[in-house]
Ligand binder design. Structure first.
Ligand code: 5GP
Ligand code: ZN
Length: 114
């Protein structure tokens, strides 16, 4: 998607601090971290939001969660705990319209969200 910020990050047109990459998934540090560990895990393929995921993408979605699991171990938040967040559309607080999951950890996170 030409005007998509995260597609540009996937295509390395915009630099990012990449912590994991394979043929389907990219994970990089959030530019404005909200916790000591704040990683964005995204599919390389453009989906505007979780609403655009269909049954043929279930394997990809499972893979994204597997990558989150692996990163939680790698960044040492598997014992202390963490949160995986997907913001969807305006009320959900989505600001980048390319599907992404926030992996947040390294501090005690408040609940409920604001
Ligand atoms: P959303 O609000 O859509 O759920 O999350 C978008 C996230 O992308 C925000 O946490 C924001 O800090 C992050 N972000 C926005 N622009 C950039 C960028 O250019 N590089 C990186 N690494 N993160 C970004
Ligand atoms: Zn995109």
């Amino acid at each position: 998607m030409p005007d998509c910020l995260f597609c540009k990050i996937v295509n390395k047109e915009i630099p990012s601090d990449i912590v994991y990459e394979d043929d389907q998934v990219l994970a990089f540090r959030d530019i404005e971290p909200q916790s000591p560990v704040h990683i964005l895990v995204i599919p390389k393929e453009h989906f505007a939001s979780i609403l655009h995921i269909q049954s043929e993408n279930f394997e990809l979605l499972g893979h994204i969660f597997q990558v989150c699991n692996q990163l939680a171990h790698e960044f040492d938040i598997d014992e202390s705990g963490f949160r995986i967040v997907n913001n969807c559309k305006e009320d959900g607080g989505q600001t980048v319209n390319h599907l992404h999951f926030h992996l947040l950890g390294g501090r005690k996170l408040a609940w409920p969200p604001g």
